[in-house]
Write a protein that binds this ligand. Structure first.
Ligand code: AHG
Ligand code: MN
Ligand code: MN
Ligand code: MN
Length: 336
């Protein structure tokens, strides 16, 4: 009788980060490793709060709005508090930008060298329907000599040192990049550890799946209407039209796009003149993950998202991201 194959040499997130740091930055201080460990505690805590939310009446509106004008859900606020407290307790963070906080947060007494931008609960309008939501994060190292200011975060996406998300679905999945590819981890709730399950993830080069809110069709610029209409026709490669898959939580739509391939779009339109998604904690982290997985991420004019620099911490941008082949097809319609 063969002994059951039990993995006895699992790679936890902590072990992975330590091994990666030793490989890519042998003389690293280990500060980023500590910071990512504090992040993963926040994800476990938020995952737990969401799982319990039905039981402890955490669903529903909090009764206030955030600086983007979104109605805040109770879990938006709780996720935000959990995240900010974990970053403060880490001792490695000096500056925090959160979707749910009007202004930049600076931890006065912290000696931390990092600025963290986050969307504590992405897709919160879906929460009460039990649809997957997630936490998105993007990390800058403070500018040399900086004691923590808005200048540390009004920077291009190219200057990020780490970014990713945790999606709270059937299980909690974390996707992370530190500039050396994308690695995916799944939370083992018994061990309380994120385990490496998607090493060196690459997005398929093409896939006939598109994700966009077609309800806004009449608001879109004409070239976007033409591009999307072209997807609805049977394609020469397989005689079939594209599939539409739109969940309405960016984390869930991007997670599917990374794993299956395809294209996601939230373009600027006549109602949302700069699009809806915020650069620092939605566009940049998802764009970097896509590029690191072999995909592309561009704005309404077809320019690279990561080359842009926000002027305000909640600045929005139109965004298209996904498989390289799919974005190249889009560029034929939108590239000026
Ligand atoms: P958040 O819940 O953090 O405010 O983000 C919601 C965003 C994003 O998750 C999603 O892609 C988009 O809103 C959906 O917007 P529409 O409902 O306009 O399609
Ligand atoms: Mn919101
Ligand atoms: Mn969001
Ligand atoms: Mn949010």
């Amino acid at each position: 009788v063969k002994t059951p194959k039990i993995e006895t040499d699992i790679i936890t997130l902590t072990r992975f980060i330590l091994e990666q740091q030793q490989k890519v930055a042998p003389n690293a201080t280990g500060e980023l490793t500590l910071l990512l460990n504090s992040l993963q505690f926040a994800f476990k805590f938020i995952a737990n709060a969401i799982r319990k939310s039905e039981l402890v009446h955490l669903l529903g509106l909090y009764g206030s709005t955030n600086s983007s004008g979104d109605d805040q859900k109770k879990l938006d606020v709780i996720g935000d508090e959990i995240f900010i407290n974990a970053m403060k307790a880490s001792g490695n963070v000096k500056v925090v930008v959160s979707e749910e906080q009007e202004d930049l947060i600076i931890f006065e007494h912290s000696q931390g060298n990092y600025a963290v931008c986050c969307d504590p609960i992405d897709g919160s309008s879906n929460l009460d329907a039990g649809v997957s939501v997630g936490t998105i994060f993007a990390i800058y190292k403070l500018l040399p000599g900086s004691t923590g200011s808005i200048k540390d975060v009004l920077r291009s996406g190219k200057e990020l040192v780490a970014a990713g998300y945790t999606m709270y679905g059937a299980s909690s999945h974390m996707m992370l990049t530190t500039g050396y590819g994308v690695n995916g981890f799944t939370l083992d709730t018994e061990l309380g550890e994120f385990i490496l399950t998607h090493p060196d993830l690459k997005i398929p080069n093409t896939r006939h799946i598109y994700a966009i809110n077609e309800g806004y069709y009449s608001y879109w610029p004409e070239q976007v209407q033409k591009y999307v209409m072209s997807l609805k026709r049977s394609q020469p490669e397989d005689g079939k039209a594209y599939k539409l898959r739109y969940i309405g939580s960016m984390v869930a739509d991007i997670h599917r796009t990374l794993l299956y391939g395809g294209v996601f779009g939230y373009p600027a339109d006549s109602h949302a003149k700069s699009g809806k998604l915020r650069m620092l904690y939605e566009c940049f982290p998802m764009a970097w993950l896509m590029e690191q997985a072999g995909g592309l991420a561009v704005d309404d004019k077809g320019d690279r998202i990561l080359d842009k620099t926000p002027k305000r911490i909640h600045e929005r941008s139109g965004i298209w991201l996904g498989s390289k082949g799919e974005i190249e097809k889009l560029l034929k319609y939108i590239k000026e």
